[in-house]
Design a protein around this ligand. Structure first.
Ligand code: ATP
Ligand code: MG
Length: 443
């Protein structure tokens, strides 16, 4: 079998071969080739030890990025390539990293330590295609299967559980039976994985085409990582607006929202404050008064515990806080001024997904939220007033017209801005000065 590799990769592989070592492209790049996906990096492996790689590429730029694990990075023609020595791993007492790494001269040994069969394929133009676990078939069957004994693999390194969720979500793969049950059984070790690594895998899982399906299958895993979300499971929503319980509704919102990180996280958190705010009428109808604010506390806490960026935390906070604030075309300019176009669009997309995940008679109205997006874009194109800097009067103009300096001036500008944003008053210098003077005289 021939797998086309870029010239840069072929040069590195043949240089290693010329130095007397076996060398392959391995892992994600071969998987993505079989899946017809864009390959975003080429990981290489070889029988050369890091020192031998250094000697082979003498005069070129090499970084010792992971010497302990046999990895050096070659900087070549503006790109970086990781070259890792074939290895087999010792025991994993911290449930994440091998205690010892044994360098090997066998590609088969090396493929055995990898996580999933689709990631355990290698290719060399000299030695051909190496696929001891039938990863190519798993690619065709869209199946995620652990290499070797699944219980052992997840027991060694619990990050693989999250990688499994990520691949299932992003590739739309089914998780093979024994792999699936081992992922669910080895969850206690998840606590040993760094929050940053968990966050990175969760981000990718949430962005995947099958995020909702995977989060439904592995709710228990998500709840171990973010226990604040666990009360959502089986929380009833007994109102005429909802047909799903809270967790089912949340998953539907994720499913209906676009693959944008802040929107997907906001979809996950938007109603997380409901269990803490639930009240029941005598006839059993549920209410969740004030839940958006409680949900923002949960999203702040969870995202900061995952060490997510401040920007993501803030964006998700804004979306969660306003997810239930409904407005139509008449108040669009005001919301545009408050959030800016980009955030307003995201809020409307979240609201669309949220409404679509209610009962059918509510869901029928969801499209109205999306219809506001082009209207908001038109307002921006028209250059409508969105803040004090767009107002046709400023402090100087008002003072020259007779408004005194001091707090009155600031308060007057806010008042005029508010009128313009409400659409009741034209953003026109003379009109605004007249209103200001009238108000001043009335005070
Ligand atoms: P991505 O598309 O995100 O790069 P990837 O599978 O290539 O996915 P990498 O982190 O680049 O992920 O790892 C490269 C290869 O190393 C994987 O394809 C897999 O063979 C192996 N690997 C990575 N992480 C693990 C792990 N935790 N346990 C076992 N093998 C792993
Ligand atoms: Mg990779």
């Amino acid at each position: 079998m021939h797998i086309p590799l870029p010239k840069k990769v072929l040069r590195i592989l043949s240089k290693l071969e010329d130095c007397g070592y076996a060398a392959y492209a391995v892992g994600g790049c071969i998987r993505d080739y079989f899946l017809g996906l864009q390959i975003h990096e080429f990981d290489l492996c070889s029988s050369a030890t890091p020192q031998e790689v250094h000697a082979c590429f003498e005069g070129e730029r090499l970084l010792d990025t992971g010497l302990k694990h046999g990895t050096v990075t070659l900087l070549s023609e503006g790109e970086s390539f990781e070259i890792t020595t074939f290895r087999s791993d010792g025991s994993y007492s911290d449930k994440r990293h091998p205690d010892q790494v044994y360098f090997s001269t066998s590609i088969l040994e090396d493929l055995k330590r990898r996580d999933f069969t689709i990631n355990a394929m290698a290719y060399s133009p000299v030695h051909g295609f190496v696929d001891p676990f039938d990863g190519a078939k798993a690619c065709r069957d869209k199946l995620l299967i652990a290499v070797g004994d699944a219980m052992e693999r997840f027991g060694e390194d619990a990050l693989r559980i999250l990688r499994g969720m990520r691949f299932a979500s992003t590739l739309g793969f089914t998780i093979d039976g024994s792999t699936h049950s081992a992922m669910l059984k080895q969850t206690p070790n998840l606590r040993k994985i760094s929050r940053e690594r968990l966050a990175s895998e969760l981000n990718q899982t949430l962005l995947g085409q099958d995020a909702a399906r995977v989060l439904k299958l592995y709710s228990q895993i998500l709840f171990i990582i973010l226990p604040q979300l666990a009360p959502m499971l089986h929380t009833p929503q007994k109102t005429r607006f909802h047909m799903y319980d809270l967790w089912e509704h949340t998953l539907k919102v994720i499913e209906f929202s676009p693959a944008e990180l802040s929107i997907r996280w906001a979809a996950l958190f938007h109603d997380s404050g409901k269990p803490a705010s639930i009240t029941f009428d005598p006839d059993g109808v549920t209410h969740f008064r004030g839940h958006p604010l409680i949900s923002t506390k949960i999203s702040d806490e969870c995202l900061s515990s995952l060490k997510q960026s401040k920007m993501l935390q803030q964006d998700v906070h804004t979306l969660v806080l306003h997810h239930d604030d409904r407005f139509g075309a008449d108040r669009l300019q005001r919301w545009l001024a408050k959030l800016g176009l980009d955030m307003l669009k995201r809020l409307l997309q979240l609201q669309y997904a949220d409404i679509a995940a209610h009962a059918p008679h509510v869901a029928a109205k969801a499209h109205k939220m999306l219809e506001l997006i082009p209207m908001a874009e038109t307002l921006v194109e028209q250059g409508v007033c969105l803040g004090l800097s767009d107002l046709k009067v400023n402090g100087d103009i008002l003072m020259r017209s007779g408004v005194p300096q001091g707090p009155v001036l600031g308060e007057m500008l806010s008042y005029l801005l508010d009128l313009v944003l409400s659409g009741k008053v034209k953003n026109d210098k003379e009109v605004l000065i007249n209103i200001a003077l009238k108000r001043l005289n009335a005070q």
